[in-house]
Design a protein. Sequence first.
Length: 588
Amino acid sequence: MTVKLLLSLALLIFVLSSGTVFPQQSSPQTTDANAPRLLFKGWLSITNLLTVDQAAFEEFVKWNSLEVEGIDFEMQPERLQIDTVRLDGLTGSLLIGPDKRSNLAAIFPTATNAAPSAAAPAPAELAARTSPIPFPVGVGTLSLSNSSFRFADTSIEPHCQFGVQEFSGTIKGLSSEAAATADLDLTGLVDEQSSFAIAGKVSPLAQDLAMSLTISNRNLQLTPFTPYMEKFGGYPLNKGRLSVNLHCDIQGKELKAQNHFQIDQLILGQHNDNPDATRLPVKLAVALLKDRNGRIDLDVPLAGRLDDPQFRVGPIMLKVVANLIGKVATSPFKLLGALVGGGEELSFVEFEPGEVGWLEGETNKLGKLTKALHERPAVNLEIEASVDARLDRDALARKFVRASIRAQRLQELTEVGQTPAAAESLEVEPAEYERLLRAAVVKQFGTNLSDAVSALAAEKSTNQPPARATAGPGKKQGLVRRIVGLLALHKKDSPAGAARRQAKADAALLKQNPELATMPPEVMEILLASKTEVPADAFLKLMQDRAQAVQAELIKSGQVTAERLFLITPRPVSTNSQGQARVNLSLN
């Protein structure tokens, strides 16, 4: 709808309503070719206007009174200057019907909905129609009072309805001149507790739209938007308030916007099975974004060109939110760790093989995780332990070997009446320990020690896993190098080694098995461990102990309660298991 048509309608309404025109007094005849053919000066007043759309038969636009003062209009050439426009009680409605079509689309159909013309216009005619014709327009002051706005969407169930309860303000200095900008100042209430303000400079009548606006709103209730959240998010909005601070600049069709959103006490209801709802972890995203005061702070910058057909603010904002939730799905600990200077490494705790004690440096990691969980009290943690089917198995088997030697020594002492007062804390003397180890090795392998050592070394060399990234230089040597090094070390004439070789209790055994004289205890433990069966219960207990150790460490600070920590049942372990000597953590 062109400015000329709007002006013609205004003049028609004026004539019909007042029946009075105040024409420009001029000479009966003029020879000035540039003189306007029509001049009009006066005022216009329309009261109690009500319009109804023909689609839903609902109120569209109405107002109590419209007063236009200081009209100065000319035609051929065109010019329009208005001193003051006062509009009181303006109410507008935007309705979306069950067919997802808005009342605006029904009232102002696009060209694609119109019937095609009988013949296409000639190029010259088309150029003449589309060529810009200067029409200077200026409005001194546009004043709005007691205005409101209503929105309803009946295309979803339940229907979504909300509105702006009241707004007032002024726009001063409206002009179609390219360099002119108007000062805009609007304030109002969305509801009794939610105020908003729009302030800045705009040039809506210029050929190229330009503006610099700041929009702020406080304490907007989010519950009216529950129908949209249930349909597209999968959760109802049980509670929450939104405050925004937006700054938008448009210059030469280039848009730059800084958007800050603050959401307080956002509470989601039970998840539904709406087929249109996203499968992204919405509830986890809310929990990760919400600080310990129940507040979510988001900065969402936007940039683009208005003449780019792919640039639309609404879809881009939704895409930004979807990307944020997507990052939660793929890298939740990265988002959590950003609070304390960590990342995805917070998602696991590594342990020494066969032990409940974690590797050096993991305590610092758990400290960071504790602080991050303290800052995000709505986030819960799942703790699931695992084992390395080979490294943990070897370490546990050596523990069983040591326990067997200890039990044998305890039996010997008992048989000669020297049972210790605290049998469970018995420490076997090194000499006795080596003696019993030698006897166990001979009993297990007989005289085939050389073959056993070679076979075990070959097996370990082909199956040795790579060193852990967290291990220091030389901390995880190959088993073959370790065995060879220990054998070479014990071939030296150390006093302890000489004393053990000369022991009378070992004389006969060493004579029959001379290799035992140079075999260190660690090698003998490894040989015996290779033939020791580790029951499934041992793996299960190791995993349970590791998970409980992590749980206890997180609770110890007092910043994380036990109610937020969930121990997951360990998975069965087999020779083909791909687990690691660690506890894996998950957020929910």
